[in-house]
Design a protein around this ligand. Structure first.
Ligand SMILES: Nc1ncnc2c1ncn2[C@@H]1O[C@H](COP(=O)(O)OP(=O)(O)O)[C@@H](O)[C@H]1O
Ligand SMILES: CC(=O)N[C@@H](CCC(=O)OP(=O)(O)O)C(=O)O
Length: 294
């Protein structure tokens, strides 16, 4: 097992009060495709997750892989479109999405954690009946005619229910579950699900102590571009209505809000590229990113 880095040691030295708080608690970490960056970032992330496991926290990782899917589509010369931050997914696209997410990305993340000294097992939401999904329906309202239009995003799904048995088995055996955001419908249809949504659903179903959303911005930024360290659910809603929370940040904050409403103690949006971001958030007073509380 690799020696802890000086940074890790410094965080550990001040971590004792926090270790008690998180002892045996579940922390769900959403590791976004943008946060993965190059190989070095994934290895550092793996070391931090393995470290959590070693100090008695139960990490569960849900990963994304949007940029990795895009890279594969480029190689295949296939175009992709997004509506409200979600990839329109026809049958051929679904094959590529599942191949990339449940294949190399899932295995790379699990391997990085295992190489750092913990045991991680990569599964998709289809394994062990983990994520029962249904087709996602989205509507848009034309601002002029105010007519509502139903969008067809193809095989884009949303979690209908989460069966946590396979996760609890792995956690109970001190194995870190690494989940690819793919689900299956009652009829056996596979669905592509936004990874933020999957992380929120799993955190809620497990009653996680914390949900950490690792992206490639510092957190929620105010109109002046300054990090907002803490927000209530009401402040999040006001920010969306006022328009300064927009685009890809909307599903993220919405996921945090529903996780917090569903009983998760706190949800944080943070920059996964910052070294030891997970440890800084959990084990220091300064925290990192934006904490969303009930
Ligand atoms: N108030 C805000 N604070 C921070 N980012 C915001 C805000 N409003 C919109 N965004 C956008 O949301 C993006 C993060 O979402 P996204 O790209 O979907 O992340 P990921 O790929 O990690 O899931 C940021 O890069 C930024 O462009
Ligand atoms: C429906 C939908 O959009 N699914 C996403 C799943 C991956 C994902 O969410 O990856 P990031 O977290 O890296 O963005 C996609 O196809 O890209």
């Amino acid at each position: 097992m690799p020696e802890p880095t000086p940074d890790q040691m410094e965080i550990v030295a001040g971590a004792l009060p926090f270790l008690k708080r998180y002892d045996d608690q579940i922390v769900v970490v959403k590791y976004g495709g943008h946060a993965m960056g190059e190989e070095g970032t994934a290895l550092r992330f793996g070391r931090d997750v393995a470290f959590l496991e070693q100090v008695g926290v139960n990490p569960v990782v849900v990963h994304g892989g949007g940029p990795q899917i895009n890279a594969m589509l480029k190689r295949l010369d296939v175009k992709s479109t997004f509506v409200q931050g979600l990839r329109v997914t026809d049958a051929a696209m679904l094959d590529v999405v599942e191949m990339v997410l449940a294949g190399p990305v899932n295995k790379q993340v699990a391997e990085a954690i295992t190489r750092a000294g913990a045991i991680a097992v990569g599964i998709s939401g289809k394994d062990g009946g983990l994520i029962r999904a249904r087709k996602l329906t989205r509507t848009v309202r034309d601002p002029d005619s105010r007519i509502e239009q139903v969008l067809d995003l193809g095989f884009v799904g949303e979690p209908e229910s989460v069966d946590t048995r396979v996760l609890r088995l792995l956690i109970g055996a001190d194995i870190v579950p690494v989940v690819a955001p793919v689900g299956v419908g009652a009829d056996g249809q596979t669905y592509n699900i936004n990874a933020d949504t999957v992380a929120g659903a799993i955190a809620g179903a497990l009653g996680a102590e914390r949900l950490l959303m690792m992206t490639d911005v510092a957190g929620v930024l105010d109109r002046g571009g300054k990090l907002v360290p803490e927000m209530t659910v009401a402040e999040v809603q006001a920010g969306i209505e006022a328009g300064w929370i927009s685009g890809g940040m909307i599903p993220k904050v919405e996921t945090c809000v529903s996780a917090v409403r569903g009983g998760v103690k706190g949800a944080v949006i943070m920059d996964g590229r910052v070294p030891h971001a997970v440890l800084r958030e959990l084990f220091t007073n300064r925290g990192a990113g934006t904490l969303i509380r009930a």
